[in-house]
Design a protein around this ligand. Structure first.
Ligand code: ADP
Ligand code: MG
Length: 484
């Protein structure tokens, strides 16, 4: 039997507001436990929530970025349940009238093909506190700092058909929210987490199978692994005559498996009702137009422009538009050097390699975009050759010079293109290598091309890497062939 996987994601994005969604308490990460939850976050008697306007603006910006309908009216509801990290006894969320309606996102797969994933809706809600199980033997600690932090929950349609597509979707959402600057997207700190809904069905069958929901997966890699495990579990279960039950499961990255947490609750278990403390949110057209006019160029548009206007390959365009920082760095390098292909090669090659080796992000690159652009310009105008360029890059990386020109000057790396000077070096190398010259002379003509490498290396060395390699090649061949 052939099986098809069906996946829908609910992504929780922590919005980068300075204060909470309904109070003035700080949202800063890493504070001492329970120092950043105020009376409103705890739902103490007599307090009233006030909606954070910034959170509304951020949610709407997201909606506009994914081509969503933005309804004129949205409403906050109470989702009632008991848990120690929720002292209010309910989470303020949006059940029936979310702030963002249906939209879609373009994802890019490994083979650079794209696919549209529909978004069902996105709604605003508050985060709960955090239970701390380590460090408290036989007890659980509760940190309420996170209570009331604004979240945007983005709910996809079940449009993904593989773990790879799910990871690509999560990456696309990550790109969009970080381009917009509405979230720091820091998955390790929990700024983006997702619930993964997975089901399988026989290939060709239209009706969806019963799904399991894997809660709180917090990395791209874990999403893929959790799905891979879950798909296998469900197929085995069905093939052995069993049935998938709709339930909530937990992914355990250490054991690489999912485990049942609880059977799925129904919406009416939560006794949703409109929050009497908050007014409906009403957005007018002028407000939407204003926010639309503030949108930055988004990843999909950038990718298309890099391909269509700058002539980059689909692969290059994809890599360079994946993060806003990367895209801006590349664009600055391109602006300075004027050659998109070279800029793309250097940013993805030498620069990314060095950043990866030292585990640095591009924002912390020791070589600035301006410096790299000027370096490439010196390769393009033949001031230096490719080999010297790498030396200049290293020197800039190590802080041994303010600019490419300064390094070229200080290290004497200017390319030697003076034919006389190159010829003199060649003559010297030939004079000092009688054995290799004899070998060259005695070898078959078609093998000589290969042997020339030895001489090129010696001449380049004699010039301390500064001779123009094409000239060296051409002149050497002439001189050696003259000896035949
Ligand atoms: P709930 O309200 O119980 O969380 P929803 O119908 O809102 O359920 O769906 C939640 C998520 O589950 C959505 O992202 C949706 O795309 C996904 N989903 C729904 N049905 C399936 C299915 N059969 N297989 C995989 N994902 C599904
Ligand atoms: Mg759900």
């Amino acid at each position: 039997m052939q099986w098809e996987t069906v996946i829908g994601l609910e992504v929780h994005v922590q919005l980068a507001t300075r204060s909470k969604i309904f109070s003035g308490a700080s949202t800063a990460f890493g504070a001492e436990p329970n120092t950043q939850a105020c009376a409103v976050d705890l739902g103490l008697p007599g307090v009233l929530p006030v909606l954070n306007e910034q959170a509304v603006a951020m949610a709407v910006q997201f909606g506009l970025a994914v081509h969503a309908e933005i309804p004129e009216v949205s409403v906050f509801d109470r989702k009632n349940y008991f848990y120690p990290d929720l002292p209010k006894g309910y989470q303020t969320s949006q059940m029936y009238h979310p702030i963002v309606g249906a939209g879609d996102v373009e994802i890019t797969l490994d083979d650079n093909t794209t696919k549209r994933i529909r978004i069902h809706h996105a709604h605003l809600e508050e985060d709960a506190g955090k239970s701390l199980h380590e460090d408290f033997h036989g007890m659980t600690g509760i940190d309420l700092n996170r209570a009331g932090t604004p979240l945007l929950e983005i709910v996809s349609e079940p449009d993904m058909r593989s773990a790879k597509e799910a990871a690509a979707y999560l990456k696309a959402i990550h790109s969009i929210v970080t381009y917009l600057g509405i979230s720091d997207g820091n998955m390790a700190e929990g700024s983006m987490r997702c619930d993964v809904n997975v089901s399988v069905r026989p290939k060709g069958q239209e009706a969806f199978g019963t799904r399991a929901e894997i809660k709180n997966v917090n990395s791209f890699r874990f999403v893929e692994r959790a799905i891979a495990f879950e798909v296998e579990r469900q197929i085995e279960l069905i093939e052995d005559g069993g049935k998938v039950v709709q339930e909530t499961r937990l992914f355990d990255p250490e054991r690489d498996e999912t485990r049942s947490m609880r059977t799925k609750e129904e919406a009416n278990d939560y006794r949703y009702f409109p929050c009497p403390d908050l007014l409906p949110v009403v957005l007018d057209q002028a407000y939407l137009d204003h926010l639309r006019s503030q949108l930055p160029e988004l990843p999909a548009d950038k990718r298309a422009r890099f391909q269509n206007e700058l002539g980059l390959s689909a692969y290059d365009a994809n890599v360079l538009s994946a993060s806003r920082e990367m895209a801006e760095f590349f664009e600055e390098v391109h602006r300075v050097c004027g050659d998109a292909k070279q800029a793309a090669n250097w940013v993805q090659g030498e620069l990314s390699g060095a950043l990866n080796r030292e585990n640095l992000s591009i924002q912390n690159s020791p070589v600035s975009a301006q410096q790299l652009g000027e370096l490439i310009r010196r390769v393009l105008d033949d001031t230096i050759n490719g080999k010297a360029a790498k030396q200049v890059f290293q020197a800039l990386w190590n802080g041994q010079g303010e600019s490419a020109d300064a390094v070229i000057e200080a290290k004497g790396l200017k390319q030697v293109t003076d034919t006389g000077a190159i010829e003199a070096m060649i003559d010297q190398v030939i004079a000092e290598s009688p054995a290799q010259v004899a070998q060259y002379r005695d070898s078959e003509p078609e093998k000589r091309g290969k042997m020339i490498g030895y001489f090129v290396g010696q001449v380049m060395k004699a010039s301390r890497g500064t001779a123009n390699p094409q000239q060296v090649n051409g002149l050497l061949k002439e001189k050696l062939d003259a000896l035949l």
